[in-house]
Design a protein around this ligand. Structure first.
Ligand code: ADP
Length: 710
């Protein structure tokens, strides 16, 4: 490097003084340079962390170079002083030809100085050379020789373009004009040597070599930063080609740099447009603190969180952010850097999945049937909330349990599951009884089919269960009423057919009785008549059942009707040793009723009581009470028989329901009573008496109340 040292020498001074002053000056220069270098180093060190990556080593390099030059200059000061004295001597004897000895001495000193200078620049790791303006290489150091693989002498004197592929001659010439103007240039140069196709990168410092005020060439100092540059290139390539967004920002959230992925995701056309943004414009709500910056008191380390940024079109983009803060040596937060993974679509999909899940759940929950999903190991994996209506329990009571583990489980359900899961049946159905938490038994109808997962692999069985208890009851009632209607039609016909022969039997037997002379014969004919009347009565009952006559209602006293019924049946009661306790209640209101039909009701109740008592003992009692209050009158018939088992209480009024041995009961008595009472807008109820036995209560509306409502 050549310095333009244009100081004016002071010839008037003595050589010794000059040397002393020279030496002192050198010392000052050295001290100044050391101080300057130290100051610069301290400044650079403090800023080192904040400097761009490639300038850090340059600062250190300049510092080391300053020290080396200072040391070299100090070491050579004596030599230079000697040279100056010599020159001074020569100048003093201007006009006088220098002696041979003086010239040798001068040559030797110059050669020594050149060697020293050469040694110095050879000791540099950096490439150093001097080039004249026409591109001729004037000198190079060892690093350049090694780089070109040529000896010093093969390089010096040749043109720079003889060794360089790049930069080309034209590029260099174009740059020359600018250089001549500034006389100094620093920067990174891409170099391709003719002997090596691999591009190299040099960080160069160029200074003009000035002679007589004219620029005659340039000194070039170049540091090979190819390794660093390649690293930077790789980093830049990675940064720019990443699928994820990446950014550097100030602590306030202003973007310093961002990769193309992030620019594209947020809908900006160019990086410049994106980097020029006000950080608040990236917020969905611009009033909030910029999302990319973070609080000054943040702990060091990587922070992961989900953030929402505003796209150019105003729509939101959701990112998984992973960011870290960068601090300088003084502990000052200088920037943030982070990556952003776009999860907008994923979140959208997750929301859709959640919505679909919710829809599916609503669908299943609003389904009128109970939906069950049973897995391959027979465990309930889904139970819809309808289970609380059907079985009175909660889904959690079944979830995770096996069918066979649940309380009062039905074997039909388990069998159906096994048939479907094994593939024996593709669709299964079963009807079974299930116990509700309230203790009642319900009839369930279940349908099942195989359930497959997303990979079409068998995952279990889906079962829909419906409570058909009421349906079943209706079904039975319909069957019974149909059967009843058919029977009624048949019985009607039979009764009609029997009526005529029975009338004949009764008429002829009366005639016969009158003509008999012996008691025995009259008695026998009496039995014949009695049985014929009984048969006629049965036929009459059957006729009523098959085609209920329109009731001929009138105002009647219930006590009277009870009395008459008891009289009609007194013989049988006596024979069966049944004591009747009947207390007619005086002053009871009349009722609007068909007396014959009411007699039929009471007769049925008396007959049932008689039969019930006789089933368990030889004798018994029947307690008949009447009563009334307000607008109704009731009559109760309480026996001391076995009573009615609780589980059949609900069935005894059903047509054909009987517990009596075949031939003894038809199961029609109470159903006829119920039909009659219904026709009279009254009711009949059965219960067990507290002291044992059964009690039937018939209730009718009092005549005044009945006529009012009519
Ligand atoms: P049937 O008398 O032909 O059986 P009913 O309809 O009159 O038909 O009665 C139905 C059933 O009601 C009887 O089989 C019996 O089990 C029950 N029942 C009726 N009355 C009594 C009673 N007083 N005590 C006990 N059980 C009775």
């Amino acid at each position: 490097m050549t310095q333009d040292t244009s100081g004016t020498p002071r010839y008037s001074r003595a050589p010794q003084n000059l040397e002393r002053e020279e030496s002192q000056l050198w010392r000052w220069i050295l001290l100044f340079m050391v101080l300057l270098a130290a100051g610069f180093a301290a400044l650079a060190w403090e800023r080192l962390e904040s400097l761009p990556y490639h300038l850090g080593p340059a600062a250190v390099g300049v510092f080391v170079l300053s020290i080396l030059l200072a040391a070299y200059a100090y070491g050579r000061r004596k030599e230079v002083s000697e040279l100056k004295v010599l020159l001074h001597g020569l100048q003093e004897r201007v006009g006088a030809a220098p002696s041979e000895e003086q010239l040798d001495q001068l040559n030797e000193m110059i050669a020594r100085s050149q060697r020293s200078f050469k040694e110095l620049i050879d000791s540099f790791d950096d490439a150093a050379c001097a080039v004249s303006l026409d591109g001729t290489v004037r000198t190079v150091n060892k690093s350049v020789s090694l780089l070109l693989g040529l000896h010093y002498t093969d390089i010096v004197g040749k043109k720079l373009s003889d060794f360089l592929e790049e930069p080309s001659r034209t590029t260099l010439e174009a740059a020359l004009a600018r250089f001549l103007d500034k006389k100094h240039w620093t920067g990174t140069v891409r170099v391709r040597l003719k002997n090596n196709p691999r591009p190299l990168y040099f960080e160069c410092v160029l200074n003009a070599i000035i002679k007589g005020g004219e620029v005659v060439g340039a000194s070039v100092l170049g540091r090979d930063v190819t390794g660093q540059h390649e690293k930077e290139m790789r980093f830049t390539e990675l940064f720019e080609t990443m699928q994820e967004g990446a950014y550097f920002s100030t602590p306030e959230g202003r973007l310093l740099d961002a990769n193309l992925a992030l620019v594209g995701i947020l809908g900006y056309a160019t990086k410049d447009e994106f980097l020029a943004l006000d950080p608040a414009q990236l917020n969905m709500n611009p009033a909030e603190t910029p999302v990319l910056g973070r609080a000054i008191d943040d702990r060091r380390g990587v922070r992961g969180r989900e953030i929402t940024l505003r796209k150019k079109d105003g729509s939101p983009a959701v990112f998984l952010q992973s960011s870290r803060a960068v601090w300088d040596a003084s502990g000052k937060l200088i920037r943030y850097q982070g990556t952003l993974i776009d999860v907008t679509e994923r979140r959208k999909l997750e929301r859709q999945v959640a919505q679909q899940e919710e829809f599916r759940r609503h669908l299943l929950e609003s389904f009128p049937d109970l939906i069950l999903v049973v897995d391959l190991s027979e465990r309930y994996t889904f139970v819809s909330s309808r289970v609380s209506d059907l079985l009175g329990c909660q889904p959690e009571d079944l979830l995770g349990k096996k069918i066979s583990e649940t309380e009062d489980h039905s074997s039909e359900l388990a069998i159906m599951y096994r048939e479907v899961i094994s593939g024996a049946k593709s669709f299964g159905s079963a009807e079974y009884a299930a116990k509700h938490r309230d203790g009642s038994w319900r009839t369930m109808r279940a349908s099942a089919s195989q359930l497959f997962d997303a990979d079409s692999k068998l995952a279990g069985v889906i079962v829909s269960v419906r409570d058909i208890t009421m349906e079943k009851k209706f079904e039975q009632q319909i069957i019974q009423s149909e059967r009843l209607a058919a029977m009624g039609a048949m019985i009607g016909g039979v009764a009609h057919e029997l009526n005529n022969p029975l009338t004949s039997i009764l008429g002829v037997s009366e005639l016969l009785q009158d003509s008999q002379t012996t008691d025995a014969a009259r008695k026998q004919i009496g039995i014949l008549q009695q049985q014929a009347r009984r048969a006629a009565e049965i036929v009459h009952n059957l006729t009523y059942f098959s085609r209920p006559p329109a009731p001929g209602k009138s105002r009647v006293n219930l006590a009277e009707i009870v009395e008459r019924t008891l009289n009609l049946h007194s013989y049988s009661l006596r024979k069966n040793s049944i004591t009747v306790d009947f207390l007619p209640e005086p002053g009871l209101p009349y009722v609007e009723a068909d007396p014959h039909q009411m007699m039929q009701v009471f007769l049925n109740l008396i007959l049932n009581a008689e039969q019930a008592i006789r089933e368990i003992r030889e004798r018994g009692s029947l307690r008949i009470r009447l009563g009334g209050g307000g607008d109704s009158v009731w009559a109760s018939f309480q026996d001391d028989g076995p009573g009615i088992a609780a589980e059949i209480l609900g069935n005894i009024f059903d047509p054909f329901y009987t517990t009596k041995r075949p031939g003894r009961g038809t199961g029609l008595g109470l159903s006829i009573c119920k039909a009659v009472m219904k026709e009279h807008n009254g009711s009949i109820e059965a219960a067990n008496a507290p002291g044992g036995g059964a009690v039937f209560t018939v209730t009718l509306r009092a005549a005044s109340a009945a006529s009012q409502s009519a």
